[in-house]
Design a protein around this ligand. Structure first.
Ligand code: UGA
Length: 444
């Protein structure tokens, strides 16, 4: 068993940090993870994670010290002193959420982490920022660190639901550096993935920060583009799913991220495009990003259009007293994350208009209940659909694709399903007697 010489710390143990820490241990490094929330540290130290992420607990179990049969390379702490004494390389992975009532992102967690780290970091150590930050942050944060401590910016591109694989086998590794020493150290850290073919792109600070926000802006644009085409298809009687398939065959366009539906949500895409607009404004470059305002509004409009589709399916006027089953609460499948979830937003709008909404989600129930305690919840898709006047499919979990439409037809009050993700097999549902409608596609 190889033990790598560099000692690594990971500051902040959310989706990003917990996955990064486990991945670094998998690559052979000794790793110390820090979080300021003691409950998280307790949980992680026993090999469990405070969220649902496929494969992550298995990876932790392979490395967390004290777990039988583990490598023992991964430990967790709440002590900054320990982190400072331990680390040759410190990865800062704290989150940068949208500020309340503003487009800009909240840098207070990043600022606090750098301030604490600056007090304990050893001379000669390297600090690596991974959090998504407004361009210009790295330059400012470099000044917070003591003399003799270098900074690098190394944005992360992992997707929730695929976090472990994306971290161990990244599409690319981007490092913003000022000096050769930082580059050399990071080449050592990432020698494993680079050896397996991951491109290693070296840039300056602002470019590294911009790669991250521009990548997410591009992805958001792709989704809103296909959703705009869905609106046109609805007006013209076209089929956006066929359209996406056909344009996707062009390599220059590509088939991925062209699924039309109720749009994007989550803790990243929506807040990243807004923070990008806010930052461009500060830099006097706001005109360059005015199109992102349109990307955002196309996206938000989809949620309202789903509500209107449901209203129409119920006869057109009111939701009062009508029972609406909602399949899906998370912002995407294989995650328990409900941050800015289009599914819950649609459910909440219908609830506020007097509909009796019952939600079911395979993994997101606890988080959904916490966020929307007044919605109705069921323990299974079948129970959610029981007595429903209309069924809304809003997060494309595999479990929903594998449902038996005939069994659900038995318990529903009315056999109407609206597919907000264009992910169900229309023919199967129609064969079982359902009226199936999807966004941007003709009615059968
Ligand atoms: C996104 C990026 O994909 C990652 O590369 C990035 O690292 C991450 O943000 C981040 O900044 O941390 P994630 O938020 O996990 O990852 O989710 P995505 O898979 O990008 O999906 C975002 C939303 O777009 C979901 O609500 C999904 O349902 C929606 N979507 C995606 C569509 O509506 N249509 C599509 O074709 C694809």
């Amino acid at each position: 068993e190889t033990r790598m010489a560099l000692k690594i710390t990971v500051i902040g143990t959310g989706y990003l940090g917990a996955t990064h820490a486990a991945a670094m241990a998998e690559l052979g490094f000794e790793v110390l993870g820090l979080d300021v929330v003691p409950e998280k540290i307790e949980l992680l130290s026993s090999g469990r994670v405070p969220m649902y992420e496929p494969g992550l607990e298995e990876l932790l179990a392979r490395h967390v010290a004290g777990i039988e049969g583990s490598s023992g390379r991964l430990r967790f702490t709440t002590s900054w002193e320990e982190v400072g004494a331990f680390g040759d390389v410190h990865f800062v992975c704290v989150n940068t959420p949208q500020k309340h009532g503003e487009y800009a992102c909240d840098m207070s967690y990043v600022d606090a982490a750098f301030a604490s780290l600056a007090k304990v970091v050893r001379e000669g150590a390297l600090v690596v920022g991974k959090s998504t930050v407004p361009v210009g942050s790295a330059e400012r944060l470099a000044d917070v660190l003591p003399e003799g401590v270098e900074l690098a910016w190394n944005p992360e591109f992992l997707r929730e639901g695929f976090a472990v694989n994306d971290t161990l086998h990244p599409d690319r590794i981007v490092v913003g550096v000022r000096g050769e020493r930082a580059e050399k150290t990071l080449r050592e850290v990432y020698a494993g993935p680079v050896g397996e073919g991951s491109p290693f792109v070296v840039t300056d600070f602002p470019t590294a920060e911009l790669v991250k926000t521009s990548a997410n802006s591009f992805l958001a644009t792709k989704i809103s583009f296909i959703n705009a085409m869905a609106e046109v298809c609805e007006a013209a009687g076209g089929d956006v799913a066929k359209l996406a398939e056909a344009i996707g065959h062009d390599d220059r366009i590509g088939a991925k991220f062209l699924r039309a539906g109720i749009g994007f949500g989550g803790g990243c895409l929506p807040k990243d495009i807004r923070a990008f607009m806010a930052r461009a404004g500060e830099l006097g470059a706001d005109q360059a990003l005015t199109f992102l305002r349109e990307i955002d509004s196309i996206n938000m409009r989809r949620r309202g259009q789903m509500v209107e589709m449901a209203r129409e399916a119920l006869g057109g006027s009111t939701f009062l007293g009508r029972r609406v089953a909602v399949l899906g609460a998370t912002f995407k499948p294989d995650s328990d994350d409900v941050r800015d979830s289009p599914a819950l937003n649609v459910a909440g709008q219908i609830h506020l208009q007097g509909g009796q909404v019952t939600v079911y989600d395979p993994k997101g129930m606890d988080n959904a209940r916490r966020l929307f305690p007044t919605l109705g919840y069921a323990d299974s898709a079948l129970e959610a659909v029981r007595g429903a006047d209309v069924v809304l499919h809003l997060t494309e979990w595999r479990e929903f694709r594998e449902l038996d439409p005939a069994a659900l037809a038995e318990v529903a009050a009315s056999r109407v399903i609206l597919d907000g993700r264009n992910a169900l097999d229309a023919e199967r549902w129609r064969a079982a007697g359902w009226t199936y409608r999807a966004m941007g596609r003709p009615r059968a």
